[in-house]
Design a protein around this ligand. Sequence first.
Ligand SMILES: [Mn+2]
Length: 463
Amino acid sequence: MFTPEIYTARRNALRKKIKSGVILLPGNNDSPINYPANAYGFRQDSNFLYYFGLPQPGFVGVIDVDRDTDCLYANDWTMDDLIWMGPQPTVREQAALAGVKSAGNLLELAGTLGSAIKKGRKIHFVPPYRGEIKLQLSSLLGITVERLKDHVSRDLIRAIVSMREIKQPEEIAQLEEVAMTGYKMHTTAMGLCREGLGELDIAVELDKIAAHGGGRTSFRSIVSQHGETLHNLSYSGRLENGRLLLIDAGAENAMGYASDHTRTLPVSGRFTPKQREIYDIVLAANARGQELAKPGATYQSVHTEAMKVIAKGLTSLGLMKGDPEEAVAAGAAALFMPHGLGHQMGLDVHDMEGLGEKYVGYDDATTRSTQFGLGALRMGKALKPGHVVTVEPGIYFIPALIEKWEREHINSAFINFPKLHAYFDFGGIRLEDDILITPKGNRLISKHRAPITPDDVETAMAK
Ligand SMILES: [Mn+2]
């Protein structure tokens, strides 16, 4: 945990932004796999982590704006619990770690909220994403589960986003630390990758390195020779020379901070000329993104400029045709990159996505596009110093999508469909880095960057 002062200062800042009412921030509970005592690895809710820091299940945080008080609620352990779990700190002792002076049990929480509701005070909460928290909120607030979404506090969502999106120095240190675990994951994979190995063999090594880093992977690693399937979570493939292996993987450290990097490797250790041509375009798009990301620039515009690099590159190879700028404006390059250039990252690998992308990635000045591809961009708004975003362009050859566009003559002025058939077994390439927006521009979060130029990747794989 950070020091108690940090959590107290964050709660005080949140109180100022909300002005009146009661802020209710439930932590997560253990989530059973197949019977109550056999639970998935526990992950605390990120909003609760940000304002209260405690990594254990069973807590609910209350920030009373009008009375200027904070309270943490949880049930103390029973002797039966202690027999199975060993000595545990009391709720009050844990509250002190977060700088919270009052503590109570969950029955007292129900009483406190009940009387606040009777007095007509506003209870602010954010959208719940777990079944048991929906039930808990429903019972505490007297709102049916179905209607909870109508009572979510947009003021609280906006206030939390405005704080969590600007990373504090101690958070940047955490992100730098976990980025080094991510670096180890990717460089280890480069050393391991060879024909005959299973995708699973690499995936489990990534899990192991993330665990040794103090936490776990920040999401289920993608380790796939079918990189054209954007979120391929199957590890069933056996590595074959001549194919590309896409690895999109990150770590989460003990404090809950994430890394998220993607590298694409030639299984044989050497890119074929055909692979290298496409790889170089993706690498140039990644570089263009990092060149343009700076305070004031919208990430939507950075995305569009990166797409132009992709369109120009594919036009020069004869896979696209016509004017590349017009092709991007028409949405034609999205055939090859049907996702966004990046997202915010922090305590969540897609930071704050649970609060709603329209609040995290967009604002009054930048609205989400409805165009295929650009509309999938999670982060579109103007960048500010302290933002942490991913830069992750890619080029994919998705047979089903190419065939659909060809059949329906979609953007046929810009796509050289006959030439694409030779790429149906190509797979996909994505190259992802994590950057911090600085007052003048940006920098990579990680001190060491996993090899990314084709020559450096080949050298790393030869070791
Ligand atoms: Mn990502």
